[in-house]
Design a protein around this ligand. Structure first.
Ligand SMILES: [Zn+2]
Length: 239
């Protein structure tokens, strides 16, 4: 009989290869775990390592090995994360939050929490957030962010701006050459348009969306906003 099991050493090498493949360093202290399997829906996850360790959008439970492998490549495990920040209430962004327990904190907007209560999002029970993200400055350890409510794709959507590094975590508000759907429960096209216009005024070097590839470079980010305005805004006028 052929033995198809891998030895421990082989498993380690497989995992570290996968982790190397998954974990992309954007700059020191910021990593992207981009989801590139187009057969299955899941979100991108981002990891910020300052004096606190922050994970943005842990994604779907079924695919959490993606995040685990990305962290393992950096010598970390999910239990070492200090704060999980959720960009919005959709299942494909936050299904895995139930894997995290104290002392890890879960943060989302009040709108996201309320929207889950109203519409559900795939699970019977969801952990309550440990703190609510409201408009304004959010200091986590030595990193200072600015929370921008961005309704339209969903009522509880936020964008997270990191002014010192000119980074915007855009959730499902905007992607490379595309925008989030506005036809899901609580979505509204005209609000999505307003939210996109608002974030388009920020000084952004790195646009890190909830799905698809990141956009790097101020000029490229601005060109993407112009493209969205030309190609997509007409569909957002009256809904
Ligand atoms: Zn979404």
């Amino acid at each position: 009989m052929v033995d198809c099991t891998l030895s421990g050493a082989d498993i380690d090498s497989v995992e570290s290869f996968a982790g190397k493949d998954i974990s992309m360093e954007i700059f020191k202290g910021l990593h992207a775990f981009i989801w590139r399997d187009f057969q299955a829906n899941n979100c991108n996850t981002y990891f910020i390592e300052g004096s606190k360790k922050i994970l943005v959008d842990p994604g779907i439970f079924q695919f959490f090995s993606h995040v685990r492998a990305g962290l393992a490549h950096l010598g970390l495990s999910p239990g070492q994360i200090d704060v999980v920040v959720i960009t919005h209430e959709h299942y494909d962004h936050m299904d895995s939050v139930h894997l995290f327990e104290k002392p890890t904190w879960i943060a989302m907007s009040r709108g996201a929490r309320d929207s889950i209560r109203k519409y559900g999002n795939g699970r019977e029970v969801f952990p309550e957030p440990d703190f609510m993200l409201t408009e304004g400055t959010l200091n986590i350890g030595n990193a200072s962010f600015y929370i921008i409510p961005s309704p339209g794709h969903s009522p509880g959507s936020i964008c997270v701006y990191w002014p010192d590094r000119k980074v915007l975590f855009s959730g499902d508000t905007i992607f490379k050459q595309s925008i989030g759907r506005s036809d899901l429960p609580g979505g509204q096209g005209s609000l999505l348009k307003e939210s996109i216009l608002r974030i388009s005024k920020l000084d952004i070097e790195y646009l890190l969306p909830g799905h698809g590839e990141i956009i790097e470079g101020k000029k490229e980010v601005q060109e993407n906003f112009r493209f969205i305005e030309r190609q997509w805004f007409r569909y957002l006028e009256d809904n």
